[in-house]
Design a protein around this ligand. Structure first.
Ligand code: FAQ
Length: 314
């Protein structure tokens, strides 16, 4: 391999991707591929970890023991997803410390959705139903991403996310079949979570700077807009089943396209939120910084223990 020119290496690299073979950590890869994978996988890892915060907010206030146990398990699952994804990113040659540093200094992005508050118990239902629902639609495609460690991590993550989505929908069913006040809570949660969930798929294809490279490298196998459309087509009948209304007066079944038409997303809000100015950005980052500082003694103890073992073995 080493006698090949860069041009030849790039051609072989692309041929491998086109043949649906995985790129593995020790394989030659384009710098741009490596950089963009670190960007996407680490943003994804940060999203899982920051994503624990809005839900953890309700663990102590879950309405009964069954709900508490379910929510606790879900939040632990998200921590696990963060760990698989940080590990996958590390195989690309970046350290965990550097990845965390990028998050804690505000340099790295994480999903827009986790910068909104969870105000009522119905929000826990809406997060499972809509946020995990959107996450799965995006992540099923990523199970076939060209980078082996990322694709393999996604397989396990998808199984768990799918369970989370059902758990959330079941909370919504319970509320919608409950009292008028509970149903109103469910409607209010849908009103507040609908548009931010639609934004999770990223900018429209025409405004998405990374999409063409990510598609060529088969990291993204479907476009932001196609995935968003699938989400709308899947969720609207579920809202109908629940008897609550999606807050979009342009939403309409289109018999010609066999899809729902929907209104324009507020992209100003999206850019504000992903650039640090959403309702909870500061609170989320401060919580992560505090958790990192509070955990310092654990990291120090783990390193000291490993060093001691190494010395003993030498
Ligand atoms: N939020 O050119 P594109 C979950 C940024 S996990 C924030 O289209 P790309 C589980 C983008 O980074 C949810 N930023 O970018 C859970 C880029 O900025 P940059 C997370 C966003 O990468 C549930 C710029 O805009 N899932 O929910 C967002 O090709 C419940 C231009 O955008 C993943 O991360 C956004 N929504 O496509 C956990 C999935 N969208 O880097 C707890 C993996 C775009 O140039 C509780 N990621 N941006 O500064 C992906 O599939 C892709 O990265 C996209 C964006 C689709 C998110």
């Amino acid at each position: 391999m080493s006698n090949l020119s860069t041009q030849e290496l790039e051609t072989k690299f692309q041929q491998k991707i086109d043949a649906n073979e995985y790129i593995e950590p020790k394989d030659w890869m384009m710098d741009k591929y490596r950089y963009n994978l670190i960007r996407q996988i680490s943003q994804h890892a940060h999203s899982e970890v920051v994503g624990m915060l809005p839900e953890a907010n309700w663990i102590t206030r879950a309405p009964n023991l069954r709900r508490k146990a379910g929510l606790l398990a879900k939040v632990q699952d998200e921590a696990g997803h963060g760990l698989y994804l940080y590990s996958a990113a590390e195989t690309l040659g970046i350290s965990r410390e550097e990845l965390l540093n990028q998050l804690l200094t505000g340099k790295a992005k994480y999903s827009n959705i986790f910068n909104y508050p969870t105000l009522t118990w119905a929000d826990i239902g809406a997060v499972g139903w809509l946020v995990d629902g959107a996450a799965i639609i995006n992540q099923v495609m990523l199970q076939r991403a060209s980078y082996g460690p990322y694709a393999r991590a996604m397989i396990r993550i998808c199984r768990e996310e799918s369970f989370h989505q059902r758990q959330g929908f079941e909370i919504m069913v319970t509320l919608c079949q409950g009292t008028a006040e509970q149903k109103a809570m469910a409607q209010d949660a849908l009103n507040r979570w609908w548009w931010p969930s639609m934004m999770m798929f990223g900018p429209n294809d025409k405004d998405s700077p990374h999409s063409s490279d990510m598609a060529k490298w088969r990291v993204k196998r479907e476009s932001n807009d196609d995935l968003r459309q699938r989400f709308v087509d899947r969720v609207v009948p579920q809202a109908d089943f629940l008897g609550i209304t999606v807050p979009d007066d342009k939403l309409k079944w289109n018999a010609a396209t066999q899809h729902y038409d929907f209104g324009e997303i507020d992209w100003t809000e999206f850019h504000n939120v992903i650039n640090g100015n959403g309702p909870c950005n500061r609170e989320r980052l401060n919580a992560r910084i505090k958790a990192h500082e509070d955990g310092k003694w654990v990291r120090d103890a783990a390193v000291a223990y490993a060093n001691k073992k190494r010395k003993k073995a030498a």
